[in-house]
Design a binder for this molecule. Structure first.
Ligand SMILES: [Zn+2]
Length: 383
């Protein structure tokens, strides 16, 4: 596997682990590469976006090793969490920060989709609140116990988890190598150095038995309501998009829409996605009269402008790839389609962000659009 792919295999879906009982990494002392303070921009911080809703997001919106946003909705008898944090350590930090909001328990945890950066804090959350309901769509629940997706997340299986760790270590080495390469401009080298620390931190954080994935207990098909006088919560499936089981959370009183990775900024993630249905699902998101939209990664939004830009982007992908897909192999299509203008727009002129537009968005979404145009199945966990 080429180094860049190794990085992606780790970074994206995200997880790489040390088998807990052989973890040599010292947990007491900080490893040399580890981030230790929120000032580094990786760790989540709380923002109260409404008297009853707190969002835990990284101060900087883009990370090569992604970490999903977590939202907490305060009902009269406890919190409803949307996603569980990407590691046990992230979950521990969120638990601590939540106690600063209220001493109410967490009563339910909604998992928006199966990717590890939203899921791997779940055991830690449940260790603190064993009575909490855990909720997802049926596809998300299935993927979280499916052998086909195991290579992206620690499962407690020794061989699987060691392979994940090795990918992660290779990713760190690759990033460090690039950080030291003087052919890159300073901004790019700094980005690689930061990314190397974050991926190393990620491994360190996953050196924990509680990092093993687990599936939610409860599923819903189209709609599940968690009632409350002041902050009722609707958990919805609006159609396939970033995965085949993306859950969306709507709080009608506060008019806050929490989308998981159906909306990710500044650069969307395109792995295993469903371009045509994603456009339709984004159209359904726009029908909500939301005051705020909380994306799966990135800053809280107050209008539909970014959703519109995603619809335009996906429409362009389908328009470029569709006609070519009938006759050309995927590699040829990848070479023939260019998204230079889109890469400029989404990266906002930042060369570091622009560098990741291709591997995190263009390459995988072209593969999905290609399969879609040829009537081939899009399978979660496949490139
Ligand atoms: Zn994510």
């Amino acid at each position: 596997m080429r180094p860049i792919l190794i990085v992606l295999a780790c970074a994206l879906l995200v997880a790489c682990a040390v088998r807990p009982d052989t973890a040599d990494l010292p947990r007491a002392a900080s490893p040399a590469n580890a981030l230790t303070t929120p000032a580094d921009g990786y760790l989540q911080e709380p923002t109260r976006i409404d008297p009853r809703i707190t969002v835990f997001a990284s101060p900087q919106p883009f990370h090569v090793q992604p970490i999903g946003n977590v939202a907490a909705i305060e009902q009269s008898d406890g919190f409803v969490l949307v996603d569980a944090g990407g590691t046990p350590a992230a979950a521990e930090r969120i638990i601590a920060m939540l106690s600063g909001v209220s001493d109410k328990p967490v009563k339910a945890i909604v998992i928006t989709h199966w990717h590890g950066d939203h899921v791997l804090g779940l055991r830690t959350m449940l260790a603190r609140w064993p009575d909490a309901r855990t909720i997802s769509t049926a596809p998300t629940r299935a993927h979280l116990s499916d052998p086909a997706t195991a290579r992206f997340m620690p499962t407690g299986d020794e061989e699987n988890d060691r392979a994940i760790l090795q990918n992660l270590e290779a990713g760190v080495a690759f990033l460090q190598e690039r950080a030291a390469d003087t052919q890159f401009q300073d901004r790019i080298r700094a980005g690689y150095a930061q990314a190397a620390r974050e991926v190393a931190q990620h491994a360190y954080d996953l050196a924990d038995a509680d990092a093993a994935r687990m599936a939610p207990m409860e599923t819903f098909t189209d709609r599940l309501v968690i009632p409350d006088r002041d902050a009722p919560v609707e958990v919805l499936f609006l159609g396939r998009a970033n995965t085949d089981g993306d859950a969306v959370v709507w709080t009608p009183r506060q008019r806050v829409l929490i989308t998981g990775d159906i909306v990710v900024a500044p650069i969307p993630f395109g792995f295993g996605a469903y371009p045509e249905q994603w456009i339709e699902t984004l159209g359904r998101l726009k029908m909500f009269d939301f005051a705020m939209l909380v994306p799966g990664h990135g800053a809280v939004m107050r209008d539909s402008a970014y959703v519109d830009s995603l619809i335009a982007l996906l429409t362009a992908v389908r328009a470029h790839v569709g006609p070519l897909a009938r006759t050309a192999p995927l590699e040829t299509v990848r070479e023939q389609v260019s998204f230079a203008a889109e890469a400029d727009a989404f990266s906002g002129g930042d060369p570091w962000l622009r560098r990741w537009f291709q591997p995190y968005w263009a390459a995988p979404i072209v593969a999905s659009a290609y399969k879609e145009a040829r009537g081939e199945p899009i399978v979660q966990g496949e490139p």
